[in-house]
Design a protein around this ligand. Sequence first.
Ligand code: PLP
Length: 404
Amino acid sequence: MLDVQKIRKDFPILNRKVNGKPLIYFDNAATSQTPQQVIDVIVDYYTNYNANIHRGVHSLSQEATDAYEQARVKIQKHFNAKHSHEIIYTSGTTHGINLIANGFSSLLKKGDEIIVSALEHHSNIVPWQMLCERTGAVLKVIPMNQNGELVLSKFDSLLNENTKLVFVNHISNALGTINPIEYIIEKAHDIGAAVLVDGAQSCPHIKPDVQALDVDFYVCSAHKICGPTGVGMLYGKEEWLNKLPPYQGGGEMIAEVSFEKTTYADLPHKFEAGTPNVCGGIAFGAALDYMNTIGFDNIAAYENELLDYATQQLLQIEGLKIYGTAKQKTSVISFNVGNIHPYDIGTILDKMGIAVRTGHHCAQPIMDFYKIPGTIRASFMFYNTKEEIDVFIASLKKAIMMLS
Ligand SMILES: *Cc1c(COP(=O)(O)O)cnc(C)c1O
């Protein structure tokens, strides 16, 4: 079981006040908070062994290189990739998706088809639109139903011999829906299409096994898993990564350079041009260690309790509507109250020390589907408590009174 009071002591930020009130942080789907164990790793790096990696013969460079490469192995083990060179460091999910979209430019031709889901984040829509413009490929969309679930029968009928790629998020950041990626991967593979899963929202809650999933590419960001901003990872099957051309040119990604011809470095360095976020990579590894010490089964069980508890209480409030009522969902609740603008409620909650997200959550097509401008979104992590939810509900009721 999970000792939440002990866990909360690991997060110094949870002690601060906002507008004179104790902080209640319910914007975890945007970014998670950082435990002292990870902050210590960052401070230690800059205090003791900050150096550029892979190039120095000197000791600091060796130490930094070792720590950075050990973190890659931690990431490999966490996601159960077959090889550590199948883990590419990125600056985050968005970078990982763009890397793949760019790589497929050279593999697609006019008339090929790419399938995305109606539940995507903007970072998972725009790169494919750009790829389609470059190649003449066509973008198809798996529709969703009123509960915020993908309509799988429609997905089945979109698949055909022209389908080359399927892109879907594991969990929707706007609604919390857990998508049936096992089914999607199997069906896509039946017709020979590759699958990229956006794991930005699932990694904090679920420990994915990329080999068991048989997924071709998987991307996530460290800052949603108690790590720092500006670093993430792309997993790709070795055969796929060998097929794709490099993304950016620069130092580190080359084997030999002359003005006549340049040969590229082996994996993973082929995709890692320039000086990377060394400290970020090391801290990413530390964040995974931290999460694994708590245990993903414990995390999921506890967060489900929080989700049920908050959902029950919210549904008692008159005029409140929850968007995203999928059978399989994580601890994200999107809602509106009557005709009150989400922004007004968010502003009053902030005055009371409560951080929620308001707006379209980088998922405007979902908002268009429900014909709303946006929602209020409360998202929970394992360091949140039922007592915080009680304060949130009481504050929300006050805000509604003030606004109606
Ligand atoms: C946060 C998020 C992203 C973007 O992540 P960045 O770290 O901003 O690159 C993409 N997809 C989903 C589902 C997300 O939740």
